[in-house]
Design a protein around this ligand. Sequence first.
Ligand code: 9MR
Length: 388
Amino acid sequence: MQLSRRKLTGIAAVAVSAATVVAVSTSAIASSSHSRVPSDSLRALASKIGLRVGNAVNMDLLNVNATYTGIVANQFNTVTPENVMKWDAIEPTQGQLNFGPADALVKFAQQHGQLVRGHTLMWHNQIPSWLTTGVSNGTITNAQLRNILKQHITDEVTHFKGKIWQWDVANEFFTDSNPSMINPNDFWISHLGTGIIADAFRWAHAADPHALLFYNDYNIAGEDGSNAKADAVYAMVTQLKKQGVPIDGVGDQGHLDTQYGFSGTRMRDDLQRYANAGFRVAITEADVRTFVNNSTDQVPTDNLALFAQPYEFDQMMKACLAVRQCISFTIWDVNDSNSWVPGVFAGEGYATLYDVNYQPKQAYTDLQVDLAGAAFGAPHRVGDSHFH
Ligand code: 9MR
């Protein structure tokens, strides 16, 4: 989809060509107002139906690359820090907190009328090395580890108090097996037991009682085919709620791959099941990868992938739109060249809405159409911001 000439005013113009990009300064971007976003942008269309549409933001590119920055500002009304709110970024040296890059994102979001998803407080990955080293050499005992985690959650949530819409409190705790369960070998579980998940939610809630607190994971809306992981997560979150643990939402990441099967209706039904149990739901990290010619150009090697990739994005969006309690739909990474996929899955890419030259792909257009249709009640959601 090409932006029409009529829309090429102000900041929207940066998306058009590399030549234009050079001419646009980042200060112009920083001062752009969200009131000037194109009326056919994802955020403008989503606003009409009370949905937030977002992206994962890489702070090495925001306010550095003008095209990237323009897309983040103009297309999305929620942002997630891709890495800068993770523990290793916040506390690289024990006791020395570095909130600089995360503060810069929060400021950008406030300037652009965007809400922030905080990501993530407790995960086995991207933990500072002083912590993992101390635990493995025995200088940090389990009792101390628990206190250090409590301190971390309290420090970070307190620092951003009132500025974070949704926190991913606990991330990726379940096994990819059938049946699925809380992974006994997870770093946190193996040292502190399963009760640490409830404690993390309690500590986060104590530090910011108004933030929405989420459990976040992948393949928890039937993407594993068996629904095993969805069943296990559903059992845990409903039990936590029954125990009075302050958990508000379930985030399904939505990392898909065209080589596997995917059922949008199963995703919808699983999201609805969480919703019926009293949770808000969100798609938190949507992307759809496929095999590509090389990691620079990322042209799909199978022509059918050109249809499957946008179709699966569309199906995820329709699943979210069909569930009234689905409050946000976040895509993981802005374009194919800054996506995490090529670095992790050999031979795969093409996972986002924009190609390596920042041109919107079919998936972008399909999401526009889905959001526009939703304003007329398709699938069956009509502008209701009651859950926000
Ligand atoms: O996109 C993130 C990438 O830049 C990091 O190197 C990676 C390290 O683990 O984490 C990526 O984001 C992950 C997210 O935080 C949690 N769900 C899976 C995402 C993709 O790996």
